[in-house]
Design a protein around this ligand. Sequence first.
Ligand SMILES: NC(=O)c1ccc[n+]([C@@H]2O[C@H](COP(=O)([O-])OP(=O)(O)OC[C@H]3O[C@@H](n4cnc5c(N)ncnc54)[C@H](O)[C@@H]3O)[C@@H](O)[C@H]2O)c1
Length: 244
Amino acid sequence: MDKRVAIITGAAKGIGKAIAERMVKDSYIAILVDVDIESGTNLAKELGNSAQFISCDISDIKAVENLFKSVIDKFGKVDAVVNNAGIIRDNVIWKMPEEDFDKVVDINLKGTWLMCKVAGTLMREQKSGRIVNITSRAWLGNRGQSNYSASKAGVVGLTRVLALELGKYGVLVNAIAPGLINTPLTQKLPQDVQEKLIEAQPTKTMGKPEDIANAVAFLCNEQTQFITGQTIYVDGGKSIGAGL
Ligand SMILES: NC(=O)c1ccc[n+]([C@@H]2O[C@H](COP(=O)([O-])OP(=O)(O)OC[C@H]3O[C@@H](n4cnc5c(N)ncnc54)[C@H](O)[C@@H]3O)[C@@H](O)[C@H]2O)c1
């Protein structure tokens, strides 16, 4: 089988959708994974024969194992895994219920870890593979996101460890830290908050989902070698600081 096979989580909308579209354009078989069955199925139909939707909650180990089993049964390999699924439940810590910490960490960190555990085990045996974890610039700190920032900081640490553990098996593991990107997730923010966030950007713009898809395409490209354990910021320069 010539075509490379990529699994993309959270692929039904937003950044994941742009990544799925890009992977199909780059001649991959794209396995679209999401809990939003309707949007995921519709997108797979739109993308045609090179795309397949599989419903899977990444925080459920059995579902993750079944996902990889069905991809291996059908295609015999997995060349790239893009761990993009994630959620927010923002509030200042004195108002944040414990369930909102647990839920965010369960999906963003544990779900990504479960996907990496199954993918890393398989890719170690294959002696090849790429894992790209979508973290966030917010891992550096954002008011009201103690749960989210902690979960995304965990993803940076996870990425660095897997680069060490899997490097000698030909598996490269990197992270992308998006800044403010125009997706259904950020469109839910009140207009005045969106405007303030854009004003705080060195570029004075929001990023597009395609900006993240471009970075994923680069990291998954077979010509891209010798880069592992890195976190690449695609954030319009926000991670640099105030920049007065
Ligand atoms: N949009 C931004 O500005 C921004 C900035 C930094 C980081 N990110 C990160 O990028 C990723 C994508 O963000 P987005 O803005 O496209 O979000 P989004 O809400 O538009 O899409 C996320 C997708 O993940 C799916 N999902 C949620 N929980 C899941 C689970 N348990 N299993 C499988 N799928 C699940 C959702 O159904 C949805 O389709 C997230 O990890 C997010 O934290 C986004």
